[in-house]
Design a protein around this ligand. Structure first.
Ligand code: NDP
Ligand code: GDP
Length: 323
């Protein structure tokens, strides 16, 4: 039986990946940082909360990573933990640099120390492209990060590549474009919209305040994307891959789909709030998943409409229970 060690197991991707690996017969161990309240709602939602081994530790504490790796002896490490919200990265830039940037080096060092043959997945991001240098972004497109979050991810990207080249470690960057689900954090725009739609339907909210609705993103379903993470670690040689749908839509279009689904007109509810604009914006992202298709045999399965409908339905059910 293979063992996988996940950082960020309580997050959106950690939960979906844990479920995916359990279904393939893995023993799944997850690093869980100390918090004042234990919250494993995502693992609970997927019905796997009791199937995972939890290891106390924090990616800012290398000794806890070393102890965790020694305890569970994994063949694969998926490093997903991060301060993952771009918006907060201007409010907490130093913490973001430490957790989202230095955290990657801590994981790489722990692996190098304990067993350099452990394979490692690094959760890189399409935010690296920022001020895009090509209309459709591939593994060869130059980066131009636009937030403290993206600059921190750039450090993690290069450290991962550097450890691969310096120490022959099997370390891969998955350059994932935005991926969403009913388990997405409420601060991200898609979830903010689908939660608002459900609350408006249940008369718990009257309007939805948004920032730049002209921004475009290449949105996919998190459940599809975790398979790509796993595939990256099953190859003969480590490499970096873009994971995306190859389609881009505005935030406004995403809103329209969500409100349409419940028979409402988004224009009656959306209020533009300049305070929600970002200091530096990523106007448009559009990924080219061709390399993943050719070399990993991976392709996205879920269209934007299906994804948004799935999220609205889940939020309608959840908000109805609160009534
Ligand atoms: P989430 O924000 O849902 O999850 C982040 C996880 O990291 C949580 O489990 C969180 O635990 C954990 N974490 C935060 N700080 C620490 C710490 N100091 N030590 C240990 N664990 C910590 O993110 P996603 O699941 O959406 O994303 C997974 C990864 O993929 C992240 O690195 C993200 O930046 C990256 N990514 C995500 C994309 C997306 O569209 N979702 C796109 C591209 C990249 P807790 O909740 O207890 O703080
Ligand atoms: P990101 O791509 O990782 O930053 O994901 P988000 O979901 O946080 O943001 C996607 C886009 O939506 C960005 O261009 C934001 O500026 C835009 N956006 C517009 N209004 C909002 C809002 O109210 N909240 C968030 N999070 N994003 C918004």
């Amino acid at each position: 039986m293979k063992t996988a060690f996940l950082t960020g197991i309580t997050g959106q991707d950690g939960a979906y990946l844990a479920k995916f690996l359990l279904e393939r017969g893995y023993h799944v161990a997850g690093l869980v940082p100390r918090r004042s309240t234990v919250d494993r709602w995502r693992l609970d939602y997927l019905g796997i909360v009791d199937q995972v081994e939890y290891i106390d530790g924090d990616i800012m504490d290398v000794s806890s990573l070393i102890r965790g790796l020694k305890a569970c002896k994994p063949q694969e490490v998926y490093h997903l933990a991060a301060q993952s919200f771009v918006g907060s990265s201007w409010e907490q830039p130093i913490l973001t640099a430490q957790v989202t940037g230095m955290g990657v080096l801590h994981v790489l060092e722990a692996i190098r120390e304990v067993d350099p043959f452990i394979k490692m997945y690094q959760a890189s991001s399409s935010e690296l492209y920022g001020l895009i240098q090509e209309p459709q972004q591939s593994e060869n497109t130059p980066f131009y990060p636009r937030s403290p979050y993206a600059v921190s991810k750039l450090f993690g990207y290069w450290m991962t590549k550097n450890y691969r080249e310096s120490f022959q470690m099997y370390a891969c960057n998955g350059i994932l474009f935005n991926h969403e689900s009913p388990l997405r954090g409420f601060e991200f725009v898609t979830r903010k919209v689908t939660d608002a739609v459900a609350r408006i339907v249940h008369q718990k909210q009257k309007e939805l305040r948004l920032g730049n609705i002209a921004a475009k993103r290449d949105w996919g379903f998190a459940g599809d994307y975790v398979e790509a993470m796993w595939l990256m670690l099953q190859q003969n040689t480590p490499d970096d891959f873009v994971i995306a749908t190859g389609k881009t839509s505005t935030v406004e279009e995403m809103c329209r789909i969500a409100f349409d689904y419940v028979g409402l007109n988004y224009q009656d509810y959306v209020v533009i709030d300049p305070a929600l604009y970002r200091p530096a914006e990523v106007d448009i992202l559009l990924g080219n998943p061709e390399k993943a298709k050719q070399e990993l045999g991976w392709a996205p399965k879920t269209k934007l409409e299906q994804l948004v409908h799935m999220m609205v339905e889940a939020d309608l059910r959840r908000v109805a229970k609160m009534s």
